[in-house]
Design a protein. Structure first.
Length: 313
């Protein structure tokens, strides 16, 4: 049982942070029942602070889409036993017929396409993002999704959303950057030292539902385990000895890309790249890594604008 508990934490951390280890209850932060009859009904299966799940929530919240949340236990994953796809996030969408969407970037691109263009059914839109099995250099079979950073729009719709080609290219570039680089800086930073690892697991235990002994085990044994996992991740992604430097450099690179003359990369309103970067970074809130990032980089003004605009939505 103890080994499964620690492995469950490692599983939840597979995408980046995954700090919520074992919240077992079904949560309803936004009720799908509040949607008007015939509207898009959404249920999100997630780990609360998984960066990929956080990206999807940021997108749904900004667009004012009500949704139901099901918190998945990363150890047993009974909540997603209906699915052959065993990762989160999973979004169940009903726009007349039930449909399962996998992969955070596919979810965001497909739903955004559906909101802009009602020419195609959601099912048809999802078919534009086919899963493809690929094999890594180490021989591991993985599932990838083609076109996942594209919105499937006609020429008129594309010009309305992306007045110039460069706007679309920029958005896609930084969405991919958030998935391929930024997300991999989270775990090495929140588990950088034994002290930080312990603080992170203290948060996990407080957020999750644990018995007294189970909570103590998760906090202390899990913290030690993930401290060493973070070292392996640092080596895998060729990070510096002080991984904070990689985090600082990355967020300052983002701030530089946004520039001084627009509040968001999307201009006066966030685009999908803004939402992706914000969703990834906010999983560190309340931890030392987040406070250090705010103090030693130029991210704070942009981050606060993102908080405000999503809160208004």
């Amino acid at each position: 049982g103890g080994g499964r508990l620690v492995l469950g934490a490692a599983f939840a951390l597979g995408g980046g942070a995954g700090l919520c280890l074992a919240a077992r209850q079904r949560l309803r932060e936004h009720s799908a029942a509040e949607l008007p009859s015939g509207s898009l009904q959404l249920t999100l299966y997630q780990y609360k602070t998984c960066p990929f799940c956080s990206k999807v929530r940021a997108f749904l919240d900004y667009h004012g889409l009500p949704y139901e949340i099901v918190e998945v236990n990363p150890i047993m994953r009974k909540e997603i036993k209906f699915s052959s796809y065993r990762k989160v996030p999973i979004l169940l969408a009903n726009a007349g017929s039930p449909l399962q969407l996998n992969d955070s970037s596919v979810i965001i691109s497909a739903i955004k396409t559906y909101l802009i263009s009602r020419r195609n059914s959601l099912e048809e839109i999802v078919s534009f993002y086919p899963p493809v099995k690929t094999v890594t250099e180490k021989g591991k079979e993985v599932m990838e999704y083609e076109n996942k950073y594209w919105l499937m729009l006609d020429e008129k719709e594309t010009k309305r959303v992306y007045p110039v080609k460069e706007v679309r290219v920029e958005e896609m570039k930084w969405r991919k950057w958030a998935d391929d680089w930024l997300v991999h800086l989270i775990s090495p930073n929140v588990y950088r030292t034994p002290k930080e690892a312990l603080a992170s697991f203290d948060y996990i235990v407080r957020e999750g539902k644990f018995g007294t002994l189970e909570g103590l085990f998760a906090k202390y044994v899990g913290a030690v385990a993930m401290f060493f996992v973070s070292k392996r991740l640092k080596k895998r992604h060729n990070l510096r000895d002080d991984v904070r430097e990689d985090l600082y450099e990355a967020v300052n690179e983002w701030v530089k890309a946004v520039g001084k003359h627009r509040p968001f990369m999307g201009g006066n309103q966030p685009n999908l790249a803004d939402l992706a970067v914000y969703g990834v970074l906010r999983v560190m809130e309340g931890l030392e890594a987040f406070d250090d990032m705010m103090a030693h980089t130029k991210i704070q003004p942009w981050y606060q604008r993102m908080e405000e605009v999503i809160e208004k939505s």
